[in-house]
Design a protein around this ligand. Sequence first.
Ligand code: GDP
Ligand code: MN
Ligand code: MN
Length: 250
Amino acid sequence: METFAVAGLPEIRAGDDLAALVGERVDFEEGDVLCVASTVVSKAEGRKADLSAFPPSGRAEAIAARLESVTGDPKDPRFAQAVIEESKALLTEAPFLLAATRFGHITVNAGIDRSNVPGADLLLLPEDPSASAEHLSETLDVPVVVTDTSGRPFRYGQRGVAIGWASLPAARDWRGESDRDGRELGVTVQAVVDELAATANLVAGEGGGGTPAVVVRGWAFGDHAGSDDLFRREEDDVVREALEEWAFDG
Ligand code: GDP
Ligand code: MN
Ligand code: MN
């Protein structure tokens, strides 16, 4: 397997045809997967926003005041309002805002970015990243994963995760197959789109590299069952359930 960044993409603006910009720079081959940072999908879809577009509700004011006292850093209630508006639910309000987005991804601050956003305060995630992936995939005739950089529980540091995908299953189901001793695998469902996203993110980098699109070449899904389950259903998520009963008391 080989992984390389698409060179020479410009700063993406609202209305840009991202598929065309990528397509004119890559000769896709059978078996390629295109991984695209959500940042540029959002920019193309006009998801830049200013804080002034989010006049804070009383709830946002209260959340920001609490965060300010907990962290000791100034917090803008308009940012809290943006996170509320981009979320279906807030799983925690302190010591940080952990948000469930409408499309199922759970992440800090609803994935709203403040870096790599020239000319605006904020960049919101795409509204429906799998629909964005679908559009790119149909136009370019290649499987697509839309990625974001995200933290994770239990570990320091962030890594790439898939927030949308098209024309490949999200996961490779190893259940029913055997290990080297012939023991049947009972639980292993490999989240391949996350693994592809992490691979791509490693190449894309996080700063000013200007490489939001990455091609994975020579990787094969193989002869396995597939599944599109990635975002855990609420009734199936004991960590979420525990968080709902938990309150930060710092
Ligand atoms: P995120 O992980 O999707 O939130 O995106 P990042 O802000 O980490 O950016 C990922 C990669 O895309 C980095 O290499 C950035 O330099 C690059 N990038 C971000 N915006 C643009 C853009 O508009 N044009 C180009 N060419 N690169 C960009
Ligand atoms: Mn991001
Ligand atoms: Mn990133």
